[in-house]
Design a protein around this ligand. Structure first.
Ligand code: PD2
Ligand code: ZN
Length: 205
């Protein structure tokens, strides 16, 4: 029971650490986030492994928009709820991203951590260090497809409006964990809205 909402924990795995949280957001909160994002959505980009710049790529076919931390009241509420649940300071979080997938839109298998051996990593890790955790919030139910899938662990999470999925990208020693490979499967019918919050090892300021 969090200070402003009662949530319930679903599926949990310890190595790597993955947990599904039911009823993390109310229907109304999902609606508010979608409403604000809808007019701002643009084609999503990924980090260019060559130089750390952001580029469009067919591995990530969605539209998305990013926010500053604390940009709106609803975002403040969501950010403090995440911080309370996983016991990680608000200032260690990147700004919230909202994504919309439809018509086969997907996010192909990838890691959320920055691979220390890649050139681009030192650029993006200057601020905030490693992306130690990923907190995903499903803002809509999806008719067909759109699950978040972990191919190495052979399980997937079906999007359910208001549910959240948290996983640690590094293990207890702080080393990157390649079992966290994950994908957003193609949305074959309906629309998937997702809010993503990446959590850093250090303050992200
Ligand atoms: O949309 C998803 O399910 C998804 C899958 C994998 C989102 C992300 N990664 C991400 O935002 O990092
Ligand atoms: Zn991801």
């Amino acid at each position: 029971k969090l200070s402003d909402k009662e949530v319930s924990l679903g599926f949990t795995c310890y190595k790597p650490f993955v947990v599904v949280i039911n009823d993390f957001l109310s229907d109304e909160e999902c609606q508010l986030l979608i409403q604000d994002a809808d007019s701002k959505l643009k084609t999503s980009r990924v980090v260019n492994p060559e130089d750390g710049s952001f580029i469009e790529h067919n591995a990530r076919t969605s539209t998305s928009t990013g926010y500053q931390r604390g940009q709106t009241d609803i975002i403040k509420t969501v950010e403090s709820r995440i911080a309370e649940l996983i016991n990680w300071p608000v200032d260690h979080g990147e700004g919230l991203q909202i994504l919309r997938y439809e018509d086969g839109g997907e996010y192909r298998p990838h890691f959320d951590f920055f691979d220390p051996i890649k050139k681009s990593s030192s650029v993006v890790m200057k601020k905030g260090g490693q992306r130690v955790g990923t907190f995903l919030m499903y803002l809509s139910d999806v008719e067909v497809g759109g699950s978040t899938c972990f191919p190495e662990m052979k399980f997937e999470v079906r999007p359910r409006k208001g549910a959240a999925l948290y996983f640690a990208n590094t293990d207890l020693n702080g080393d990157i964990d390649k079992l966290t490979l994950h994908a957003g499967l193609p949305v074959t019918s309906g629309v998937k809205y997702l809010a993503t919050k990446w959590l850093r090892e250090l303050p992200y300021i």
